[in-house]
Design a protein around this ligand. Sequence first.
Ligand SMILES: [Zn+2]
Length: 248
Amino acid sequence: MSALWDTHCHLTGYDRPTDVMAEAAEAGVTIVAVSEDPGQYRMLRTRLGRRPGVVPALGMHPLHAASFTPADLARFLRLLPDAPWIGEIGLDFSPAGRPSRRAQLRIFEAILSDPRASALPLTIHSRGAERETIEHLTQAGASRAILHWYTGPPGLLEEAVNAGLWFSVNPTMTASARAQRLLQEIPPDRVLLETDGPFTRHHGRPSRPSDLPALLPRLAALWSTDEDGARNQLNANQRVFTPPPTTP
Ligand SMILES: [Zn+2]
């Protein structure tokens, strides 16, 4: 049975990350562990990221943009050659992010203009800034970018699909009626999974990567298939998104 990927998990946000990792391994889930700043990435990489089943992602979270200094950005760019994935990066023009809009744009543009970054798998935050995010990713030629927890208007979703972008679906998104309608608009071959744990909820407690197999029946119903069909679709998507390294 091929692993499912949790493409967006704040592993360091759990009290006991190693327990979360052990449960994920048991459930056959690989964790992409996002970071919110370069310091957190370094810690993640050193402490947890060298274990099998965990892929550390280098990030600069848009909601921290106001506190980032040029040295933070320089540090991010220095760490790039070492990073297998990028995230969490992006834009947030919701009321929480609006005051730092300019700083966010400066950082996001600086990251995307580096071809080493735009070529990597990216997990992207776009709340309230979906149009700008899609435009920036398209301009940068980012071919492996995932809009994580997309909550934008359905009209823009079509633009994102046409731009070749991907979508990661979390337990909260499969639970609400509004989000389910949105999910119907996403072609099944552009869907990957995420928890955004511990910030989403599953059965009344923070989601964990090991919860992802429980999403299969919901996706199966959405895609008019069975659980095996849903799993096969997701495994095929994962292979297209990041082809396994070819052995010489
Ligand atoms: Zn997140």
